[in-house]
Ligand binder design. Structure first.
Ligand SMILES: [Fe+2]
Ligand SMILES: [Fe+2]
Length: 445
């Protein structure tokens, strides 16, 4: 009896200790990430989360010094904070701030928090605002088993390309965009300090929407987790937007809204204006749904014919997409754009070999390194084990016309279907795979 009583008391005490620890742990800022709301050479946006006890939160920043005695020079901005009760794990305060008035090409140190609860100091460098060569990273769907295996792609991309200026995500960063558990909590744990030091740009996938099947109702978590530009059409802000980083323009389009004629028209018109006005060197368009459905269990076909026409008219060099959970790269009815479909996470589909595909890959975790100079765009797809899987160069000739150069000495294509191919796909799709593969490989001879 005595023992049982003591055990009960100990249990209560231990329970209290754990929960006090948790309270203090989550009062510290976490899910910290940086991005841009405004000009990358003079500003940096920061986003983070705390528990409810941190009602007011700040970002502190200063030019970085090797000396650790820099506190006297620190400037402070109070965050915009939002209490969010709709989470599946707890009630959180989400905080964000846009640091402006920064000097170009300058390393800054910053931290976020308040009182006794601060993040570590981390660094970011503002864009130079000039056109010297630089690299950025692209990730297709991370989505499932994010921490267990998606993390390999995110971490390896930074290990292999530490000089990258930012990470671009093509949507389906998580599987259930309205949930923290197993979703955003894993996504942020996967990146941790990487997202504190390397800016993120993301375009929403259907899985960041509350109805993932049809890509409807963008989850509130999108706006709570990230602080992206507000330069999109009215009602589409932070989902359709652009970032001008030095001499390139990255355009994110939320084409999950394509099915609504009014939205489609607004996004199309806005995109054309952004393409027409751009005077820099390279435009990259990213949207989650691929131009053609290449997953073997989907109906093939051009999803966005009017956007395809627009990309061809303005000679967009590369369109970066995802959703198919496989790798496919090729051009369709014109010299440009090059369409890229990629996948970063472990969830994989079998492929249907569309006529447009010049290089394909399945059962692979990949990411892309894209290097630009004023006259050259070098695209590399890498496996998470560091091999070059695909490569191409787009050059500008003397008249500024784009010239396509394929990569050389690429390894054989990995076209193995996923492990559960026969269970997940209809029999006819499994049975026809072998002969479709043969036709695809013969066509290349
Ligand atoms: Fe998707
Ligand atoms: Fe996906």
């Amino acid at each position: 009896m005595k023992i049982r009583f003591l055990t009960a008391i100990m249990g209560i005490l231990m329970g209290a200790a754990v929960s006090a620890q948790d309270i203090s742990k989550y009062q510290y800022p976490h899910h910290v990430n940086i991005s841009w709301e405004t000009e990358p050479s003079t500003s940096q946006s920061v986003n983070w989360r705390t528990n409810e006890l941190q009602k007011v939160s700040f970002v502190e920043y200063t030019e970085a010094t090797a000396s650790p005695f820099f506190e006297k020079d620190v400037k402070r901005i109070e965050a915009e904070s939002e209490n969010f009760e709709g989470g599946d794990d707890a009630v959180w305060n989400y905080h964000s701030a846009n640091i402006t008035g920064l000097k170009p090409n300058t390393l800054y140190s910053y931290r976020v928090g308040n009182g006794n609860f601060w993040s570590e100091w981390a660094e970011f460098r503002t864009a130079t605002g000039t056109n010297e060569p630089f690299t950025f990273l692209y990730h297709g769907d991370v989505q499932r088993f994010i921490l267990s295996k998606g993390s390999r792609a995110i971490r390896q991309s930074i290990i292999q390309s530490p000089e990258a200026k930012f990470m671009l995500f093509g949507g389906d960063m998580v599987h259930r965009g309205g949930l923290n558990k197993e979703n955003w909590n894993e996504f942020f744990q996967t990146g941790e300090w990487i997202y504190q030091n390397y800016p993120i740009i993301g375009t929403p996938g259907n899985h960041e929407h509350l109805i993932a099947r049809s890509g409807e109702n963008l989850s509130e978590h999108w706006g709570l987790n990230f602080r992206f530009p507000q330069n999109g059409p009215e009602g589409h802000k932070e989902e359709t937007f652009y970032v001008d980083y030095n001499n390139i323009r990255v355009i994110s389009l939320n084409l999950c809204r394509y099915k609504y004629p009014e939205d489609r028209e607004v996004i199309l018109k806005w995109t054309e204006e952004r393409l027409k006005e751009f005077k820099g060197d390279w435009v990259f368009i990213t949207h989650h749904y691929a131009m053609d459905a290449s997953a073997r269990n989907r109906t093939p076909g051009i999803r966005f014919p009017d956007f395809k026409e627009l990309y061809e008219k303005y000679e967009v060099p590369i369109v970066l997409t995802g959703h198919e959970h496989l790798y496919a790269r090729g051009r369709m009815d014109d010299k440009f754009p090059v369409y890229v479909v990629s996948v970063s996470g472990p969830w994989q589909n079998a492929i249907q070999f569309g006529d447009w595909i010049e290089r394909a890959g399945t059962s692979l975790q990949l990411f892309q390194e894209i290097e630009v100079s004023p006259t050259e765009l070098h695209y590399v797809s890498k496996t998470i084990t560091g091999e070059i899987y695909d490569e191409l160069t787009i050059r500008k000739d003397k008249k500024g016309k784009l010239v396509y150069e394929p990569g050389k000495n690429l390894p054989p294509e990995s076209l193995i279907p996923p492990e559960d191919f026969e269970d997940r796909y209809k029999k006819e799709l499994v049975d026809s795979w072998e002969s479709d593969l043969k036709t695809y490989l013969n066509k290349k001879k």
